[in-house]
Design a protein. Structure first.
Length: 301
């Protein structure tokens, strides 16, 4: 069956639009967390449909670690310009300079975990009631515990045992002062659903999602892209391989995969045959068995 005839895509789209409208109706100050990755790109398109012919009534918020792929930042700025959406950027480097977070020790330090402090500071600064995110339940076991309206306490912390039930798409946006929600309209989507939707809507995505030649370093079973933030350690060598990014994040923890997928159809075939999840190449998820849940509990995306 053609991707343009997949009936469940329309059902998922309708559900996501309903969630976006509920968030806008129940929450006074909302922002869409935008990373430049495929899920947040789909979320922008859904928001455009949800509030057409008006623009979505909320800005894009990007927490920039300073270690992002240059292609992602260029795409972010281009998308904001073409859609006319207001883009708010907050820098992890400024959080470090203010003494609110501290750079990791050792070679090739990652700032991925430091995003949490910058994000929570931005939520307090902007007095946000809800942050829309592109997380999906199929990504990782901690993500699978999420509600659609994911409640966070006054410290930004997440407790999976204190989430509200959501029977029959009844979404509870009531909260106490200082609390907020992370809202996940793509909760019930899969990685394949996202790519089918990108193809159906003819959405542009950063070029690093497609196969390209790049200098990489093999480290702990991953291929990390060489950059000023990722340099060879003792015993490591740099090689040039044909790779692509299956997920996009901090260059210090986002592994590339060897691939010759040059089109969306190629990516769909590759994902269908894959036996590892898209986050299998994320070093930040491999620091411990509960790495994602620990970060989420502290206020991570």
């Amino acid at each position: 069956m053609s991707r343009f005839q997949l009936p469940h895509l329309s059902l998922l789209e309708h559900e996501a639009i309903h969630i976006l409208r509920e968030a806008a109706a129940q929450c006074e100050r909302v922002a869409l967390l935008f990373s430049g990755g495929k899920d947040s790109i789909v979320l922008v398109r859904l928001a455009q449909k949800a509030f057409h012919p008006a623009r979505p009534p909320f800005p894009l918020l990007h927490v920039d670690t300073g270690h992002n792929f240059p292609e992602t930042l260029a795409f972010r700025d281009r998308l904001a310009a073409t859609t006319g959406l207001r883009l708010i950027v907050r820098q992890v480097a400024e959080t470090i300079a203010a003494g609110r977070a501290h750079e990791e020790k050792g070679p090739n330090p990652s700032r991925n975990a430091l995003q949490t402090v910058t994000l929570l500071d931005a939520i307090n600064e902007l007095r946000l009631d809800a942050c829309l995110g592109g997380a999906r339940r199929d990504e990782e076991k901690a993500r699978a515990k999420e509600r659609i309206f994911s409640h966070r306490d006054e410290f930004g912390h997440w407790d999976p045992r204190r989430q509200r039930p959501e029977p029959w798409q009844l979404l509870n946006g009531r909260k106490a002062p200082g609390e907020h929600f992370r809202v996940f309209p793509l909760s019930n989507w899969t990685e394949l659903d996202v790519w089918h939707y990108i193809a159906r809507e003819r959405l542009e995505v950063p070029a690093i999602y497609f196969a390209h030649s790049r200098e990489v370093i093999a480290r702990r079973g991953m291929l990390l892209a060489c950059s000023p933030h990722v340099t060879p350690l003792d015993g490591e060598t740099v090689s040039t391989r044909t790779v692509r990014c299956r997920t996009i994040g901090d260059m210090t923890c986002t592994g590339c995969v060897e691939s010759h997928a040059a089109s969306i159809d190629d990516i769909v075939r590759e994902i269908t045959a894959a036996r590892t999840s898209e986050r299998g190449g994320r070093a930040d998820d491999q620091r411990s068995d509960t790495a994602m849940e620990d970060r989420k509990a502290a206020g991570y995306f």
